[in-house]
Write a protein that binds this ligand. Structure first.
Ligand SMILES: [Ca+2]
Ligand SMILES: [Ca+2]
Ligand SMILES: [Ca+2]
Length: 383
């Protein structure tokens, strides 16, 4: 009896000596949570068990593990590739988009097709509307196609979850290593030219496994950095987790995502996507990059956003203030607000002549197509 007590004190001292004060804004948990759902998706025999759980942080808050999701009540996104449902086209040409319903966000707008892959789970919102969720929460790896009708400017918001087997410590069994820290990754390409890249914003809301709390640092650009943290710690079932609350309006157009860091891009090799759900359709994502927050392994719940600007496109020849020179007869406002853009692309051997005063506010853009002529006898004010 005395021997056991002595051992307990020793092991407590061991962990205590390695922990350091945490001064960040997150909530700290330690160890494993309690399972509340045994398996969120059990329809496929060869997938990992995707449990859901809860855990209480040292400040008394209760957190859902690995994340709160709408998996049980939201429409599932159509399959691009899903071995559990038998949808397994060999390439993009074999995909039938006629079976993909179009979610109407705006009655007047563009119909956009998106190809999406996430490791492991994602939810797609357009202007705050949940278009659908990834039909497989953990594994096997699958990919999705989504169609929606929306008017520019519009906001894409995606919740990304790198699922876990050891609830609360961000790890899974990997070839016998019971506490392997898995990684995430997300790639998407939209038919209007929008692709995942560093123009997206990305913030992490759940970091684990963490062995040393002082390795989680908040940088001036709001990055919740773990660049000095080990991605293969030895804390196993005693690791820390850092949790941050998610604003209820994070999917809306009005949410200010400039408070988040820019997304970090990763190569396909780093994400490790050598399976058909990705490889059969590499041309679907030809211009896109894999994105995540700053740590592909330790960040497990990541929100990403991109606002696609309204674009005014000059395709005629001659003066700026002639409506027929613009797509949809739409001349840009003389003060172009943030989130909107102007594209100068006059007819071959023609030119665009700015015969007025045009102001470009911060957050708005103007671009001239290659080998096209843009003359400025008026005033162009770029702020
Ligand atoms: Ca999935
Ligand atoms: Ca993963
Ligand atoms: Ca992870």
């Amino acid at each position: 009896m005395i021997k056991q007590t002595f051992f307990f004190i020793l092991s407590f001292t061991f962990y205590h000596s390695f922990s350091q004060p945490y001064t960040g804004s997150g909530s700290v948990t330690q160890g494993l949570g309690i399972k509340t759902i045994t398996n969120l998706y059990s329809a496929c025999s060869n997938g990992r068990v995707s449990a859901v759980g809860t855990i209480t942080s040292t400040d008394g808050k209760v957190w859902t593990l690995p994340a709160e999701t709408n998996f049980l009540n939201a429409p599932k996104l159509p399959d691009l590739y899903n071995e559990c449902t038998g949808v397994k086209p060999i390439n993009l040409a074999a995909v039938n988009l006629n079976n993909v319903p179009i979610k109407v966000i705006d009655n007047v707008g563009d119909t956009i097709t998106a190809y999406l892959f996430g490791d492991n789970y994602f939810e797609l919102y357009i202007n705050g509307v949940l278009v659908g969720v990834d039909p497989i929460t953990y594994t096997p790896f699958n990919s999705c196609v989504a169609r929606f009708k929306v008017a520019r400017p519009y906001t894409i918001a995606v919740k990304l979850v790198d699922w876990e087997e050891n609830m609360g410590v961000g790890t899974e069994n990997n070839n016998g290593n019971l506490y392997h820290a898995g990684d995430g990754g997300f790639i998407a390409q939209f038919s209007d030219g929008t692709v995942t890249d560093t123009t997206w914003r990305a913030q992490t809301f759940y970091i684990s496994p963490i062995e040393n709390l002082s390795s989680v640092i908040e940088l001036p650009d709001s990055t919740r950095s773990t660049s000095s943290a080990s991605t293969s710690p030895s804390c196993n079932g005693n690791c820390y987790g850092i949790h941050y609350p998610i604003s209820t309006n994070w999917t809306t157009q009005s949410f200010n995502d400039s408070i988040w860091p820019k997304a970090t891009t990763y190569t396909a090799a780093t994400v490790g996507v050598n399976f058909p759900a990705y490889m059969n359709f590499t041309n679907a994502w030809s211009n896109a990059k894999f994105i995540w927050s700053s740590n592909l392994i330790l960040d497990n719940v990541v929100l990403v956003r991109k606002t696609v600007p309204a674009t005014y496109t000059f395709t005629g020849n001659g003066n700026w203030d002639v409506p027929s020179n613009w797509v949809n007869y739409s001349v840009p406002p003389s003060i172009l607000p943030a989130g909107k853009s102007i594209s100068i692309n006059p007819v071959k051997n023609g030119s665009c002549i700015l015969n007025t005063t045009q102001q470009i506010n911060p957050g708005a853009t103007i671009s001239v197509s290659a080998d096209k002529t843009f003359l400025i006898p008026g005033n162009l004010i770029i702020q």
